[in-house]
Design a protein around this ligand. Structure first.
Ligand code: PAF
Length: 281
């Protein structure tokens, strides 16, 4: 497994790894890897011949500098996991390797980036789409795999790739859960034990919503029931419940007649967690 830091050494290493026209898969990450990331890497390996993983805590997608500072890191542990998965190359740049000090170019999906979680975290999705564009340009993968847990992120990336004719296939990997149902996330380690126990309410709210969708309901009733379920947990500070069309993320109203994407976010002791589910009648 090779590790690279600069754009030039990454391109040189990949040119060799791809010799003979091998297909390249990329799994972009911010490190502190867990089983959820590993499942995306296994998917990339199944689809391609050579797999690259990037580990880069991207400053432009954090609104709050304290959130960026506290983002968990574990480079040695990450590299051991990636080696065990048989990853070919790990790109681990410093901020200055990726961002020019006087950079002025951004990539933004103007509607998708500024709604829902994007309205709660202004600039977040612009930071994501800009850095993912840079990673695609540096690594030039045939395939890139992202988690479905970050549902809006996946929708933003799919739209950006389509709109800008980027020659990369985007694959979404399913959300992995802890034994009690909490969606795996690098943020989970920051939860105190009571908040960790309380956070399971997100998955339970989605279970409830899925049942309601199966049995027949309206968007308004669904939204109210999910919000009430989360708000009944005293440690949860509900931030958003969004119910929308799975591809366009357009808001829906009236009776639920087809698949809906349910996206929820809540804070537990100041840690923002998100979860999602696509449910169909
Ligand atoms: O999902 C993530 O970990 C990040 O948002 C990503 C896609 C690696 C971009 O920094």
């Amino acid at each position: 497994m090779q590790t690279t830091q600069t754009v030039a050494e990454t391109r040189a290493a990949l040119a060799t790894l791809r010799e003979g026209g091998k297909r390249l898969g990329l799994v972009p990450t911010m490190g502190f890897l867990h089983e959820g990331h590993l499942s995306l890497i296994r998917r990339a390996k199944a689809e391609t011949d050579v797999v690259a993983v990037s580990i880069f805590v991207n400053p432009t997608q954090f609104g709050d500098p304290k959130d960026l500072e506290k983002y968990p890191r574990n480079t040695e542990g990450d590299l051991a996991l990636l080696r065990a998965e048989g990853v070919d190359l790990v790109f681990m740049p410093e901020v200055a390797d990726v961002y020019f000090a006087d950079a002025e170019t951004i990539v933004e999906t103007t509607r998708l980036a500024n709604m829902m979680h994007g309205a709660v975290r202004p600039g977040h999705f612009r930071g994501v789409s800009t850095v993912v564009t840079m990673l695609f340009n540096i690594i030039q993968p045939d395939v890139a795999v992202f988690g479905e847990k970050d549902f809006q992120q996946l929708a933003v990336i799919r739209r950006m790739v389509r709109d800008l004719h980027m020659p990369v296939e985007i694959i979404g990997g399913p959300t992995l859960r802890e034994a009690d149902g909490l969606a795996m996330s690098s943020r989970n380690v920051r939860l105190g034990s009571e908040d960790r126990a309380a956070a399971v309410v997100l998955n339970r709210a989605l279970d409830l919503a899925e049942r309601m969708v199966r049995e027949g309901t309206t968007i308004a009733a669904l939204k109210a029931a999910v919000a009430a379920h989360i708000e009944a947990e005293p440690r949860a500070l509900l931030r958003a419940v969004d119910i929308c069309a799975p591809d366009s993320l357009e808001e829906l109203a009236g009776p639920v007649t087809g698949p809906v994407a349910l996206m929820i976010s809540a804070e537990f002791g100041g840690i923002l967690l998100i979860d999602q589910r696509v449910a169909a009648p």
